[in-house]
Design a protein around this ligand. Structure first.
Ligand code: F6R
Length: 266
């Protein structure tokens, strides 16, 4: 289904849908198109993917398209935004497990083309691993298409709010980070208490996200109204990581449901 409303806010395209299902249907068509264009142009497509509640319906739609026979991932490479640290890849709460469960095990993506940070690398190799991840993306020719969700504190990937200057924030590489308490609280139930939620994570950096040729942000539900409004209408600051996307506004599409768009006053 088409968007109910399309706005341009400070150079970014904002599409408002009746609900998450319609938004995910439209995002799935954008991914299909990005794959088609990438394969046509350079023989492959490189996608940046997200986990969390927001993209689950989108992944279902991609699996449906694959099963219907029209969409192949054989010439696709994917790079996930983040992973907890430390966590084993087979831990059901790891983002590797999430991707296997919701997407990788249902499609024809070759096993060495679906990349998620390894949350089980030794402590001393964490930074090296994060740096290598940026290197893999670059040696794959960079991201054609990046999918983002938005944290309630407006984080993108696990690039949490900070007091860095914008200039520094937009250059942040992929790296190990400390998770904010408000982020860990959201996962407390899943891990059986906040004390059990990992305090650290690996994340693709803001620089790599902003370098993608096309960026799609999905945000649904009333809890996302405030971070969406701050990201699109407030000042561009590292304290609101979503606002950093406005430094490359012309290649960003925000796909929202009506609840998440509520404070945009449309
Ligand atoms: C996950 C990620 C995070 C989430 C964000 C929203 O890979 O990068 O930034 O997109 O925390 O999470 P949900 O979708 O669960 O609201």
């Amino acid at each position: 289904m088409a968007a109910l409303n399309i706005l341009e806010i400070d150079g970014s395209r904002v599409e408002i849908f009746e609900g998450p299902d319609a938004a995910c249907g439209s995002a799935a068509r954008r991914i299909e198109e990005a794959i088609r264009k990438g394969v046509e142009r350079r023989g492959k497509a490189v996608l940046g993917l997200a986990t969390g509640a927001t993209p689950i319906r989108l992944y279902e739609k991609l699996v449906e398209k694959h099963r219907a026979g029209g969409l192949s991932f054989r010439k696709v490479s994917t790079y996930n935004l983040d992973e907890y640290y430390p966590i084993g890849p087979c831990d059901t709460r790891s983002y590797r497990s999430f991707m296997v469960q919701h997407l990788f095990s249902h499609i024809d993506l070759p096993a060495n083309q679906g990349h998620v940070f390894d949350g089980s690398v030794p402590e001393g190799a964490v930074e090296e691993h994060a740096k290598a991840f940026d290197g893999w993306i670059e040696s794959d020719g960079g991201l054609d298409w990046q999918l983002l969700g938005l944290g309630r504190n407006a984080h993108i990937g696990f690039n949490e709010p900070s007091d860095l200057t914008v200039d520094k924030a937009i250059r942040l590489p992929s790296r190990a980070v400390e998770l904010k308490a408000e982020t860990r609280e959201l996962y407390a139930e899943e891990f059986g208490g906040i004390d059990r939620v990992p305090t650290r994570a690996l994340t693709v950096g803001v620089a790599q996200i902003l370098a993608a040729k096309e960026i799609v942000v999905l945000a649904f539900g009333p809890n996302k109204a405030e971070p969406v409004a701050k990201s699109l209408l407030g000042p561009i600051v590292a304290a609101v990581p979503g606002s950093l996307l406005r430094t490359v506004a012309e290649k960003v599409v925000w796909m929202l449901d009506q609840d998440a768009a509520r404070l945009l006053k449309v």
